[in-house]
Design a protein around this ligand. Structure first.
Ligand code: UDX
Ligand code: UDX
Length: 465
């Protein structure tokens, strides 16, 4: 193989979809086929109406419009795409195990194994197989083993090329990546594979931002990057609790420490807690690996990041309950936002789910609004917790299209996602419609405190009295 001309990506999700779209856009000479076993998802990716793509990411639909059916294809023909490709990205989900050994902590690798077995079965020419999914350290070894032992005698090189994009800014993160990490075997064929994949990214990124490592460093770096980022959020959130007991303001503290160039100013926004598909899962993974290797202190250290995050979500819900005179039963509370952050329709591990669950346990009546999240997703998230029956959730929760209609007679508003549009609402009108005293619990420090208090709201925000 002199250069890569055909790429296949298994998994048309939040990672595979945007990543392959950007590769197709920046490499017109490469044919990119994204496959998925979920036919509905593929149909959505092929929708003529670009507002119906399965994921919402600013800038994505424009790139799909420019490349789809030119050099970017979405298909359910998994085997055909695998056989034709020089490179196969594996970008399937790796959820936390819900059964057996490692339950609640370890990553479930069954989809990865299925992919490896399938590649082994159908590949008739040499392939580079790239792990895009975040995986426990040493998974590449398992994949290599399956491929080498069940294959048709062709050569497989396994690379780890973890994704660092953040949802909501995925396209910009891909176009202007801080770095691309490529891990592979330190053998001549391993080096060749790393160089071939580097060349793909060199179509739009400077060479010095493409880092090559051994495969284990690459796999571990992905977990560690997410663990460090999550740790910063938990660290500042722990301080937010302290600020609320003193006269300190968490934003001022964050600014003061962020000016120290050794600390840096990014990722210090206190919130109701981090969510998303990666942070918790990756830390649990790190904890599980550390424990399995007998490093209990290391495991305990990282687990504390999650304990602090759970505490933050619970603390926010408890504060709503205690402020509303220790009872929310039958009270209408309107949620502004359900997604785990703004500019995405992804709700996985969103703090909103857990805050809602705690309030529903107290029999609150919730009206939920999110500009991008569908009703069925919200009920799926709540039903998945199994705290109460789907019928009970239906009785207590209403999902609405227009928040303005819902604030009528509400006792409180809880801001769970930092959507920009919330700032532009007519808050005077909202106040007029609500029951008095009217409460706002701002889990994102989104609204203007002085303005809200002037209107007459009892306004609480994380990290500040
Ligand atoms: C996933 C992982 O969660 C993350 O750890 C990793 O870094 C990248 O892949 P994401 O793209 O957000 O992230 O997952 P998801 O949106 O669930 O997409 C995965 C897709 O893979 C789904 O569409 C699913 O149908 C598909 N899939 C899964 C297959 O095509 N084949 C399988 O065997 C399993
Ligand atoms: C993260 C990593 O940033 C990315 O590099 C990796 O590839 C996948 O995991 P993502 O989960 O999409 O990306 O979003 P991110 O912007 O990291 O936010 C994660 C969560 O932390 C969100 O719930 C966000 O609201 C929260 N957060 C982030 C804070 O509460 N405060 C902050 O200062 C930053």
């Amino acid at each position: 193989m002199k250069e890569i001309t055909k790429i296949c990506c298994i998994g048309a999700g939040y990672v595979g979809g945007p990543t392959m779209s950007v590769i197709a856009k920046k490499c017109p000479h490469i044919q990119v086929t994204v496959v998925d076993i979920n036919a509905d998802r593929i149909a959505q990716w092929n929708e003529t109406d670009l507002d119906k793509l399965p994921i919402y990411e600013p800038g994505l639909k424009e790139i799909v419009a420019a490349t789809r059916n030119k050099n970017l294809f979405f298909s359910t023909e998994v085997d055909k795409a695998i056989d034709e490709a020089d490179v196969i990205f594996i970008s399937v989900n790796t959820p936390t195990k819900t059964y057996g050994k490692g339950k609640g902590q370890a990553a479930d690798l069954k989809f990865i194994e299925l992919c490896a077995r399938n590649i082994a079965k159908v590949a008739t020419t040499d392939k580079i197989v790239v792990e895009k999914s975040t995986l426990p350290v040493r998974t590449a070894g398992a994949i290599k083993n399956i491929l080498d032992n069940t294959g048709n005698g062709v050569n497989f090189e396994i690379l780890s090329n973890p994704e660092f994009l953040a949802e909501g800014t995925a396209i910009q993160d891909l176009l202007h990546a801080d770095r691309v990490l490529i891990g592979g075997d330190e053998t001549p064929t391993g080096q060749k594979a790393k160089d071939l994949l580097s060349q793909v990214y060199e179509n739009w990124l400077p060479k010095e931002r493409i880092l090559q490592t051994n495969v284990w460093s690459s796999e571990l770096s992905k977990l560690v990057a997410n663990a460090f980022l999550a740790q910063r959020v938990s660290s500042i959130n722990s301080i937010s609790a302290l600020c609320e007991k003193t006269d300190a303001n968490v934003e001022e503290v964050a600014r003061a420490i962020g000016y120290d160039s050794r600390i840096g100013s990014k990722f210090l926004s206190s919130s109701v807690g981090f969510g998303g598909s990666c942070f918790q899962k990756d830390i649990l993974n790190l904890v599980y690996i550390s424990q399995s290797l007998g490093l209990q202190e290391v495991a305990d250290y990282w687990e504390q990041v999650i304990i602090m995050n759970d505490y933050q979500k619970r603390r926010f819900a408890d504060n709503i309950i205690s402020t509303l005179y220790n009872t929310v039963s039958g009270k209408k509370i309107v949620f502004f936002g359900w997604a785990f952050k703004k500019d995405t329709n992804d709700t996985r591990e969103s703090a909103a789910i857990y805050v809602a669950d705690a309030l529903l346990e107290e029999r609150a009546e919730l009206s939920i609004f999110d500009p991008q999240v569908k009703e069925q997703t919200i009920f799926r998230d709540l039903d998945y917790l199994n705290t109460r029956t789907p019928e009970e959730n239906k009785n207590l929760v209403t999902v609405v299209d227009n928040p303005m209609d819902q604030v009528e007679n509400a006792h409180a508003i809880a801001v769970l996602t930092e959507w920009d549009e919330f700032k532009t609402y007519d808050w005077q009108e909202i106040y007029d419609k609500m029951l008095k005293p009217a409460f706002i619990f701002d889990g994102r420090r989104l609204l203007d405190k002085a303005q809200m208090e002037e209107i007459g709201f009892n306004y609480y925000r994380i990290g500040q009295v």
